[in-house]
Design a protein around this ligand. Structure first.
Ligand code: ZN
Length: 188
């Protein structure tokens, strides 16, 4: 995982602020892991309508906690061929701030049954963090900073897995990549 390069001037302050904000409050009512489980069973059944419903439940549950408007979700069988210019597109999903819509797609994920659920859930949380950037923090452009990836701990919370401390390696152009060896080892 690699961060975006800092912008030259425009939005640089917001980029730095996003980079510094590494913490995210997490809901402690214990409902998210239950919803995550229903995403998991829907994935196992490959029931796309149920996956969508469970993802929508997830968003409906977390949005009020963060004080952001609810955002919609669409679950697609495969990655769309054409992507609108202001969509943030990742391997398994995207988010459009204009219409507050998250899309996740299942096809690549469904093949590897074990990792499928993790991929959908982490994509959902990742895209929701873009939603938070736009609607809560007002981080223009919602860039992938170190802080952004740290805030995506929401995913671990929902899975009930302990969050990992991320270790970063500087890259050319002011970018950073995660040192997975160190991160997975939990070294200090
Ligand atoms: Zn992203």
């Amino acid at each position: 995982m690699l961060t975006d390069a800092p912008p030259r001037k425009l939005n640089l302050a917001g980029f730095r602020e996003s980079d510094r904000r590494t913490a995210l409050d997490l809901p402690d009512d214990g409902r998210l892991p239950g919803i995550a489980k229903s995403i998991e069973s829907a994935m196992k059944a490959e029931a796309i309508a149920s996956v969508r419903r469970a993802c929508a439940d997830f968003l409906k549950d977390v949005s009020p906690f963060y004080g952001v408007p609810d955002c919609s979700v669409r679950v697609l069988a495969a990655r769309p061929l054409r992507v609108h210019e202001h969509w943030k597109t990742e391997l398994f999903g995207d988010y459009d701030p204009e219409v507050m819509l998250i899309r996740v797609w299942m096809r690549t994920a469904v093949r590897k049954e074990v990792s499928a659920f993790g991929a959908i859930l982490s994509t959902l949380c990742h895209e929701f963090c873009h939603h938070l950037d736009y609607k809560k923090f007002a981080f223009a452009g919602s860039r992938h900073t170190r802080g952004f990836y740290e805030r995506a701990v929401l995913h671990h919370h929902a899975r009930g897995s302990p969050p990992k401390r991320l270790f970063w390696v500087p890259m050319p152009g002011g970018r950073w990549r995660i040192d997975w060896q160190k991160t997975n080892r939990g070294a200090s």
